[in-house]
Design a binder for this molecule. Structure first.
Ligand SMILES: C[S@@+](CC[C@H](N)C(=O)[O-])C[C@H]1O[C@@H](n2cnc3c(N)ncnc32)[C@H](O)[C@@H]1O
Length: 544
């Protein structure tokens, strides 16, 4: 373990020093270089396009006539987001230029200046103005973006840039980063570990609520970027530690561990931000397995992961098998890609895709050959492990110490409502309730139907009775479940006034069924409705 405190020199020569980050922040705020300011300047379509790495609309929105002085916000957008050389005088009108040059945020390029890192406005959940620092071209895309940025800046040729900048690139905020941030249980206080901090985005979120944040990364450049992100955003400093996986936090426990790890299942360890360097999905397995030793009682571990779908093996069993003893788990598969789609996605991310290779015909031909060879090697590695597809999803563990932990593994590719942090915490609270409530106690409990539940009737138009009824939640995971007449009637009557058993007796009477049989048969359905949040135990005091 290499602990890195705020006083250590954590400034690789190619990255800025954070000493005067507060001065820079003041200038960015004064120019309204914030998420809201940018949205106003660019308009929603160009703003959204930028988040997809498409810069043309933002280029158009920030052009100004030659000779005129551009607005401060346009200058900063062109400098830090579009990564253009900006006339020195324009930069000087907006930024503490001498300090920015001396501290390495900017570099001189003839009569102009250029950004050394990507500095991207990011709106925090409580309206905070934050900025994320990452490598140029990596704010949204991976190494492919760095390749384009280096070629555009003339610091490397298009084909060589990714490998030259290479292995230790630091990514900005991608879809995975914001997914994890939205999923994170909103603890108040406590100790948080952000494992594989990268740009520091998870540490930034955590720092807004936690008592302390430890952020680790195997890449020292990532730790430097995380420190810059936190300093520039005016967030509390994190305890930054270099090292792999749990190595930097041996013997320590946390109330929350978050990790968007390098989960890509790839043949070889080419790009540190995504290739874990362990075979198959072993890195994710190791993280999940090891979490129990680093979680405080009741603590959560939340991570994004990829897992193999192996011939003649149920992926659910594979991933459930990773869960350490004493932890409840909720594993959600969001997407599955076959091995060809998967290899193409990540070859494109690295800038290996044939379309990415510009330059001379000979270079293009060589790049096509490299692409084919890399693609082939990827498929070889999948074939050798009988992997047919790769699942992507979320894993949340909660250390309960329960002898019989609740492990839920499910496929849920449908749209959800982010942020989901509260819904995640509620899921685990419901598991606690179900574990301590036997069937007799369940029937004696008073439930309330969640406010966001609607009923859909499915059947042929004009038919008197529906083929079936679906109960659907509008919030959170936006769950849907088929319900028979008993379940739908029962759920509809749960208004927090009568115990479940009494409602079932009434439903039995209406349907002409034997109440004893219904009481015997129904607890499983009630459990499912509770587990998925359709029903919640009502607080004492009735419907009120
Ligand atoms: C996908 S990035 C995530 C960055 C950031 N936390 C986010 O949410 O956007 C994965 C990070 O894990 C780091 N990493 C790679 N291998 C690691 C390892 N063995 N141990 C710890 N961190 C590692 C990479 O350097 C990279 O910063």
């Amino acid at each position: 373990m290499v602990p890195v405190s705020a006083t250590d020199d954590l400034s690789p020569a190619d990255l800025p020093r954070p000493d005067r980050a507060a001065e820079l922040r003041a200038a960015l705020l004064a120019a309204d270089f914030t998420a809201d300011g940018l949205l106003d300047l660019l308009g929603a379509p160009a703003y959204a396009a930028l988040a997809r790495s498409e810069t043309v609309p933002a280029e158009r929105a920030t052009r100004w006539p030659p000779g005129g002085a551009p607005p401060a916000l346009a200058t900063l957008t062109r400098l830090f987001l579009l990564q253009h050389a900006v006339p020195r005088a324009h930069a000087e009108a907006v930024l503490p230029l001498a300090a920015c040059l001396a501290d390495g945020w900017l570099r001189q390029d003839g009569d102009a200046v250029r950004a050394v890192v990507d500095v991207r406005p990011y709106g925090g959940p409580a309206g905070q103005d934050w900025w994320i620092v990452s490598d140029l071209g990596c704010a949204v895309g991976g190494a492919a973006g760095a390749r384009r940025a280096a070629a555009a800046a003339g610091t490397a040729d298009a084909a060589g840039a990714a490998d030259a900048a290479g292995a230790d690139l630091v990514l900005g905020v991608g879809g995975a980063s914001t997914t994890l941030a939205g999923l994170t249980v909103p603890l108040d206080g406590g100790r948080v570990l952000d494992l594989g901090t990268g740009s520091g985005i998870q540490a930034l979120h955590a720092g807004a609520r936690a008592d302390s944040v430890t952020a680790t990364d195997v890449n020292p450049r990532a730790l430097a970027c995380a420190r810059l992100t936190l300093a520039l955003s005016g967030a509390p400093a994190a305890d930054l530690r270099a090292g792999s996986l749990y190595e930097p936090v041996a013997g320590e426990r946390y109330d929350l561990i978050v990790s968007n790890p390098p989960f890509v299942i790839s043949p070889g360890a080419r790009l540190t931000y995504r290739d874990g360097g362990m075979a198959g999905d072993e890195l994710c397995r190791t993280l999940v397995r090891g979490a129990a030793d680093h979680l405080a009682d009741g603590g959560y571990c939340q991570l994004l992961a990829n897992w193999q779908h192996v011939e003649d093996e149920d992926w659910r069993e594979r991933v459930a098998d990773w869960v350490p003893p004493g932890c409840d788990a909720w594993i959600v598969q969001r997407e599955v890609q076959d091995v060809t789609q998967y290899a193409e996605l990540w070859l494109r991310d690295a800038g290996d895709h044939a379309e990415e290779a510009g330059g001379t015909p000979m270079r293009a031909q060589r790049a096509m050959g490299d692409y084919a060879a890399r693609y082939d090697a990827w498929l070889d590695a999948f074939a050798a492990t009988r992997t047919t597809a790769v699942g992507f999803g979320w894993i949340t563990l909660r250390r309960t110490g329960a002898a019989e932990p609740a492990v839920t593994v499910e496929d849920w590719p449908h749209p959800v409502e982010q942020p989901l942090g509260d819904a995640v915490a509620e899921h685990f609270a419901r598991q606690d309730f179900l574990r301590r409530t036997d069937d007799a106690a369940l029937l004696a409990t008073t439930f309330r139907l969640a406010d966001d539940v609607v009923q859909e009737q499915v059947g042929r138009p004009g038919e008197e009775d529906p083929e079936h009824v679906v109960l659907r939640r509008q919030r959170g995971m936006r769950r849907a479940t088929r319900a028979d007449t008993v379940a739908a009637g029962f759920a509809g009557a749960c208004d927090g006034t009568l115990p479940a058993g009494v409602i079932l007796d009434a439903v039995a009477q209406v349907l002409g069924e034997d109440p004893a049989v219904l009481r015997e048969r129904t607890p499983g359905v009630v459990r499912l409705l509770v587990e998925q949040g359709f029903l919640a135990p009502a607080p004492p005091g009735g419907a009120g």
